[in-house]
Design a protein around this ligand. Sequence first.
Ligand code: ADP
Ligand code: ZN
Ligand code: ZN
Length: 679
Amino acid sequence: MTPSRFISVAVPRPLEGLFTYRIPQDSPEKIPVGSWVEVSFGRGKTHAFVVEPEKSESEIPKDLEISKIKELGSLHPEVVLPEDVLKLCRFASDYYQAPLGEVLNVAVPAASLGLRSKRQEAREKDWDVARRTAGKQAKVVELTSTQNECVKAITDAASSPTDSSAPFLLHGVTGSGKTEVYLTAAREILARGKSVLLLVPEIALTPQLHERMETGLGVPVALWHSAMAAGHRRDETAAIRSGKIRVVVGARSAVFAPLRDLGLIVVDEEHDVTYKQEDRVRYQARDLAVFRGKIVGCPVVLGSATPSLETLERVREGKYKRLSMLDRVGGGQLPAIEVVNLCEEPRIHGIQAPIAEKTLNAIRDTVARGEQVIAFLNRRGYASSLICEDCGDVPQCKKCSLALTVHKKSRLLKCHWCGYQEKTPDVCVKCHSANLNPTGAGTESLEEQIPQLLEGIRVLRLDRDQITSASRLEKTLDDFRQKKADVLLGTQMLVKGHDFPSVTLVVVILADALFSWPDFRAAERAYQILTQVSGRAGRASHHGRVLVQTFQPDHPVIETLTGKSSMEDFIANERNLREVLSYPPFGRIARIRVEDEANAKAQKMSEALVQGLGTSGGAIQVLGPSPAHIERVEGVFRWDFVIRTKEIRSLHQAVHQVRKMANDKQIEILIDVDPYGMG
Ligand code: ADP
Ligand code: ZN
Ligand code: ZN
């Protein structure tokens, strides 16, 4: 009899460790690492990943009883996890303190194995890009000397394996031609037979970008995001694995795309917070991209007009190399930014949003000249809340500790946190007064009220209530580009990379709404968003103007934007603050959250964990536990504590200790290493 063979696999569940199975006697070949198998698990079946070579009987864990080991189900010998992706997953599992199987489930979702699709087999799609892009001429531009130098630095690094390990920061103002640099460098890498990965913020993933990439590169490009239909994902993944597709453009999960011979990774808008995954495995795709570049030995380019403090710090330490593009292509000027002091400027009455007369006049004049306006307000809905003028009651979400937002058209009060909604009441539930008034403006009320103030003005709205699909987004942007409206009004959604040549005025309705984010990155983020919004003005030859309305004209972010103080000073200040408080990039932090439907229980459990953790002789600091910024979500109470250390090693040790305690005490915890937003 041949000796038994065993294999340990990772199941796509949030469970620690690997699970060992017996390999059927009649399976002849070696099971390749990186392939997948079917196994019985618990009472059901699941797919699972082969992450280690086979074992003999003497190599399996001592605590397993050989006779009880179950046999494997079906084998799927195709490698779905290339070596570098598996390494990346192991790294992510260690770094973010998440079970390997759970990470693998993010990297290789069931859909990409054909498990969620009616057809098992991949369909041979039309990857003939020449035909698909026929007639669409790639816009050929002659690069400026600065652009050429950047391309050369990147492609040189790609040919020198010793030099390719230091990531680049491509620091270029909006409109400086960063995308052309990516495209030119990518063409060169493709010509060398290698593949290219471009990460973009989720919202930038549009058919328009796809087309620009395909025509610009002349090869098929896979557009990769979390909302892909299962069958589509199956086909694209198969084409990427086989090397038929050598370019992937995608949101954060694309960092795991199984591209072969990766030759270049680009992370556009590297500072964007959407690179941080906020549930399950809480990874930072930009950081993982840097790590993948290291594994593969290919250059990583982080592009931004407003780089994150983390990235700037790496440049300062000499770990990253900075490439600067300080001018707009064609000499287009950066817009002049003016502050509108809402405490002093005369305001328009009869409108919920604070709008200064000066601002309204600027909108009127711009439109009269046949030019367009972008208005930015960081809050959707009609009003931020409903208030009873008689008793002061503000309707709250029944399940979260948050005020409900008024949505007028749908006559609903909505919770923007959990999605709960209810009909807008006619009278106050507390005192039965009919004196219920919406307070605070949202995009919906502005959309209604701007045309009341400026007759004949046409407004388009862009926010998550309005834009429910990619095609809707594209249509709205197209309509605006074709001047079917004068004003485009929206939330963060309109901030990203869209090019509108006729926009010469950008209005920030209320900058203050960005300053109150419960996060040590709030100022940095406000600065990034406001810079990006401002960059929408005057992209072509027109001179652009930006009006930033605020109640805090001397806030450091505002002073930096207007040039009253320098960006270097702003960064230096933020840097100092973080250094003093040991926040990233100086200290390392992890947030541990305990949730329970009973508040007291959540509190007790988190206190027990903090007590058990101690402070290891001062090597770690623990902040909390305390109720989360939003204490209750969907009926569940959340208690947080934060572990802070100087070094990542001691942070990992501490988190590991917490995991072990939680496991012993059967407490479920949510771990967030390098958290964003303390809410
Ligand atoms: P960024 O990504 O830095 O915001 P883009 O690469 O999108 O900038 O460039 C902004 C605009 O300038 C685009 O319309 C682009 O086609 C154009 N452009 C970029 N580089 C050049 C160049 N060297 N010559 C002419 N036009 C250029
Ligand atoms: Zn009342
Ligand atoms: Zn809610």
